[in-house]
Design a protein around this ligand. Sequence first.
Ligand code: ADP
Ligand code: MG
Length: 305
Amino acid sequence: AIPLVAQLTTAIGARRGILVRDRAALEEARDIDVVLFDKTGTLTTGKQGLVRVVPTPGGADAGEDALLALAASVESKSEHPIARAIVDAARQKELGLDPATAFQSLAGRGATATVAGRTLTMASARLVTERGIRLDPALIHGARELAPDGATLVYLIDETAGTGPEEARVLGMFALADTIRPESVEAVALLRKRGIRVAMLTGDSHEVANWVAGRLGITEVFAEVLPGQKSDVVARLQAEGSKRVAMVGDGVNDAPALARADLGIAIGAGTDVAIESAGVVLASSDPRGVADTITLSRASYRKML
Ligand code: ADP
Ligand code: MG
């Protein structure tokens, strides 16, 4: 019986490129109650593309290209996928960028820098709300009309005069779209069929998170979770009736949650930090590998009589 099980597990493991970094983590897989999926880069490809630039109507930096050049100048020092998409779009249009100084990344919220003597911030909807900055209804309307469903919206704000609601000026908005991995629907369904609870854990806005979740049949969503808080969500679920939690992620921001989970699964195309924090790596980046990992674990550790 042992060689048969060994053959079976190797075959399942190889099918979707499951790399086991930690045998103990694989053993945990058979008893998982909840699977938490990161969104960007895990359920989606994470390859953001800039789809819209919407200047604030009547604003001083009225042109789309002028706005994009300013945003790309700020983002030129950031490694975030949104930043890369904005810089790539500016390069493709051969826009001239100004050097950015005093660059600062605002974890899970955006980035800020000094460009041509102005303090500019690329801000998430969350940061805009936190700072009490009022968005022009025409800009919100423009976003609804022009941005595709599920797009992530980022705002460019001039904070030269200050960060408060009276001083900050919203120059415009950028819409970025990511693609849901075609395998994600089945990845969720396979887990559900086994009676495993599936949830999403993301730093992105509630709106985008709910839209992607809806497409995948995920009903439990933790959105606008800051990088440092992802592992707290894992801990909270673990504490709920001592649930065994698996976390699946790709980013630097997922690493503490991957380490904290009973089973951490990293996407192969993810960052090194995520891979080093995980017990299992999905080499082919196919999220269906999560269900396969559970099958593999159950086959490997089934009691043999
Ligand atoms: P996720 O958990 O889905 O992988 P992140 O925690 O990396 O997402 O980012 C959360 C949000 O923070 C993004 O959706 C974006 O709105 C904002 N953000 C973070 N960094 C930047 C940046 N450099 N430029 C623009 N927006 C950013
Ligand atoms: Mg991610």
